[in-house]
Design a binder for this molecule. Structure first.
Ligand code: ADQ
Length: 742
């Protein structure tokens, strides 16, 4: 309404101005027409009365002539009629003529052709007509018309012109306002879908206004502008924020104040285990848990996970919840119970025998069974129910973790359409050809596309995912904004490289590096100056532990001076030991360590110390601080947090990191010695280089890597995802407001 007034009032004023400007022109024009009419009228009257007048003049009866004239002037517009026989005679007139019309003046009036004579009653029209006839008498006839009616008409005309323009203004305004309102609504709808990022992505026939071709250039510009603003804002934020648990908590409390945050993962961050009468709390060896635990402490939400510990049921309340961390509770774990059959099909089967080898190019064939798939679907549904029951609002923020829950985003989207679902895929995403072998590939992709944001560690994995969707689904992929539109919903595919908490907890670094060095050497029966390498992994075939041992063997072959002077400690946490492939892998690893030790262990301490057991984080840090090098030789790894933990442990700026080129971490840490784990000679050379690297080179490399890990820590990983989610929610609310207003 206000818009209409703002438009209509100026238009009315402009048209009123035009009306005033035009009125005098119209006046002049009509006056000219009237004068021409009166000229013709005068000529007609003169011709008509000429003959009877001549007869009367010939009869010499002047009084009769004057009477004749008076009868003629009964016509209201004919003001006076007169006759002059000669310029010197006295005029015979119907009524007294103005002084300018004396007989002596008539000659001038006739010659000048002047028609208008101002007078007290208003303008008069004067026509002087010679009486030309063969019959006498001759002379001049004067016909004077009253033109005051023209002035009256002119006023009326002006009024009509004004009313006409005002009417026109009203009609034009009305039409314009209606058209503007209609197109404004269309544009608003178009813009709203553009802002949602759907502008160019809707499927034909979806009925979206934004498919109008005229939107396309605007859409592109607008989307580019939004992206620039967002990345500017993000860059500013990231520059300004030093990410710590406190800044993450402050950001969450500012940007996501009061929002309901739920994490879903298979593995729980705290496992309660029974040992006789005692209940022990264990933190599992998992990168995912390492990364998410500090976030949950910061935002005090709910973490939904599989309750896998032997005492897990004993410590939960009647809603299956338990507050953690045990020593200082900050958030809730909601435990979901799985039957042995469900666990076998969903976890060991589809997730770890199917998706895990499928996504890692580690030359282990994936196994797909329809019975596993059925359990996978059922367990995803079970978790979806748990999320719905834990959600305190209709629009929670749900962080879905990893390949165990590919179907969960879609299931949640159906139950909680307003939720912001961030799914993070912690492992690599393969190329479309590799992924295509999954018999349920379309269902998996569609499930994941229920997310609002889908995160991977590297851009390479994002590209692979988008290529896979493009190849197999009827979806629209926008490679500029990296979004996928599928089934009317939009998913942003983003890179969020995961990391570790920085700075590491104080107690991890409490023992000095020299103390760690001597303690570990003493404990392992190694001489004080013995060179030490460290590897820390789950016992998983993707981690390249056998390739690592092969490289150590090759080092000892090529550089025998290290035999008896170098030992590699491999801490290997048992993992997924219910799966045959893992049992086989463990046996191979053990046999290989034994063989190499038999081959090179005769001259002193064994070259490999294999410790197949779980270590507490503090122990792991002690090994890191005691070592001269850390060797990460994954055949394929989403990120690899061990590499970053080693860097965090080395506050003395010593130690060398050897890092597989097939880890996500290799893209962030070029100062490590980057190797191809399949190339044993290259890895052996890197081991030798690490063992002989001068202290200042170690310091320079380590300093750069520590700077990077400090800045790009796990709080930034979480903060960026949650800030993006917050921005998405803000944009959504803005659009809803626009819809309500429009
Ligand atoms: P993981 O395959 O578990 O993680 P990683 O990132 O290296 O691999 O994390 C392993 C974690 O477990 C580290 O915190 C490490 O300290 C700990 N750990 C390993 N062995 C241990 C042992 N023997 N004793 C004690 N602790 C041990 C998956 C992906 C990775 C990705 C993470 C996070 O495979 O690529 O980096 O998720 O997204």
């Amino acid at each position: 309404m206000r818009l209409s007034l703002r438009f209509v009032l100026p238009l009315m004023l402009v048209l009123a101005g035009i009306a005033y400007a035009i009125a005098p022109l119209v006046d002049q024009l009509t006056l000219r027409w009237f004068v021409r009419d009166l000229d013709m009228r005068s000529a007609l009257i003169a011709n008509t009365i000429q003959e009877p007048l001549q007869e009367q003049l010939a009869a010499g009866n002047k009084a009769k002539t004057v009477g004749f004239f008076r009868r003629i002037t009964q016509d209201e517009r004919l003001y006076a009629v007169g006759y002059c026989a000669t310029p010197t005679s006295t005029a015979l007139v119907s009524r007294s003529l103005p002084a300018e019309l004396r007989c002596s003046e008539l000659n001038r009036w006739e010659l000048a052709g002047e028609h208008l004579l101002p007078s007290a009653q208003g303008p008069l029209h004067v026509a002087v007509k010679p009486m030309s006839s063969e019959a006498a008498p001759t002379g001049r006839l004067v016909l004077v018309h009253d033109m005051s009616f023209i002035t009256r008409r002119s006023e009326e005309t002006k009024r009509y012109v004004f009313y006409f323009f005002m009417g026109l203004a009203a009609v034009v305004s009305l039409i314009t306002v209606i058209i503007a309102q209609l197109s404004w609504r269309g544009w608003m709808a178009g813009m709203q879908s553009l802002l949602r990022g759907e502008g160019l992505l809707r499927q034909p026939g979806s009925g979206a206004q934004s498919n109008l071709p005229e939107f396309k250039p605007i859409a592109r510009d607008l989307q580019r502008l939004i992206r620039e603003l967002e990345s500017d804002a993000r860059a500013r934020d990231e520059d300004q924020i030093t990410w710590t648990p406190e800044s993450l908590r402050a950001t969450l409390q500012g940007e996501l104040r009061g929002e309901d945050v739920i994490v879903v993962s298979n593995r729980e961050p705290y496992i309660h285990q029974r040992h006789g009468e005692q209940i022990e709390v264990q933190q599992p060896a998992s990168g995912l848990v390492t990364a998410l635990e500090p976030i949950m402490r910061a935002c005090r939400g709910t973490w939904i996970a599989h309750g896998s510990g032997s005492a897990d049921r004993d410590v939960v309340d009647r809603h299956d919840r338990v507050a953690v961390p045990p020593e200082n509770p900050a958030y809730q774990i909601r435990r979901v119970w799985l039957t042995a059959e469900e666990e076998a099909g969903y976890y060991y089967g589809f997730a770890n025998e199917g998706l895990w080898p499928l996504c890692h190019i580690a030359h282990v064939r994936p196994t797909f069974r329809s019975s596993d798939w059925d359990q996978y679907v059922a367990v995803n549904r079970k978790f979806a129910k748990a999320v719905v029951s834990e959600a305190k609002t209709k629009a929670p923020i749900v962080l879905v973790q990893d390949y165990h829950f590919a179907l969960l985003p879609k299931m949640l989207r159906e139950e909680l359409p307003d939720a912001t679902i961030i799914a993070f895929w912690h492992i690599p995403w393969p190329n479309p050809e590799s992924f295509a072998i999954c018999p349920w590939r379309d269902e998996v992709l569609a499930g994941m596309l229920g997310s609002s944001i889908l995160g991977f560690h590297t851009q390479f994995h994002c590209n692979n995912f988008v290529d896979t969707v493009d190849r197999f689904l009827e979806a629209r992929v926008d490679r500029e904004s990296f979004t996928v539109s599928f089934g009317g919903k939009l998913t942003a595919v983003r890179r969020y490289p995961i990391s570790i908490a920085w700075p590491p907890e104080v107690e991890m670094l409490q023992k000095t590096v020299p103390d760690c060095r001597s303690a570990i050497r003493q404990m392992s029966d190694l001489p004080p100056e013995h060179k030490l390498g460290i590897g820390v992994d789950r016992l998983d075939y993707t981690k390249g532990i056998m390739e690592r041992f092969r490289a150590i063997e090759r080092l000892l072959e090529l550089k025998p001076e290290w035999v008896g002077r170098f030992t590699f400690v491999q801490a290997a946490a048992p993992s997924r030991s219910g799966i045959e492939e893992y049992q086989h892998h463990e046996a191979q690893v053990r046999a290989m360590a034994l063989r190499i030790n038999e081959r090179f262990g005769h001259a002193g301490p064994p070259p490999i110390l294999l410790k197949v057991e779980h270590h507490e984080p503090r122990e792991v840090y002690e090994y890191f601080r005691a070592a001269d090098l850390c060797f990460v030789s994954s055949l394929h790894d989403g990120m690899n947090l061990v590499a970053k933990e080693f860097i965090a442990a080395r506050d003395d700026e010593r130690g060398v990191l050897i890092l597989s080129q097939f880890t996500g971490a290799a893209r962030e840490l070029p100062e490590a010695l980057i190797v191809n784990p399949y190339d044993a000679d290259q890895c052996a050379a890197a081991l030798h280089l690490a063992l002989t690297m001068p202290a200042d080179e170690q310091r320079d490399r380590m300093r750069l890597m520590r700077g990077l890990v400090a800045e790009f820590n796990v709080f930034r990983w979480a903060g960026r995802m949650l800030l993006d989610a917050a921005a998405m929610r803000r944009r959504g609310r803005l659009i809803d407001k626009g819809k309500a207003a429009g």
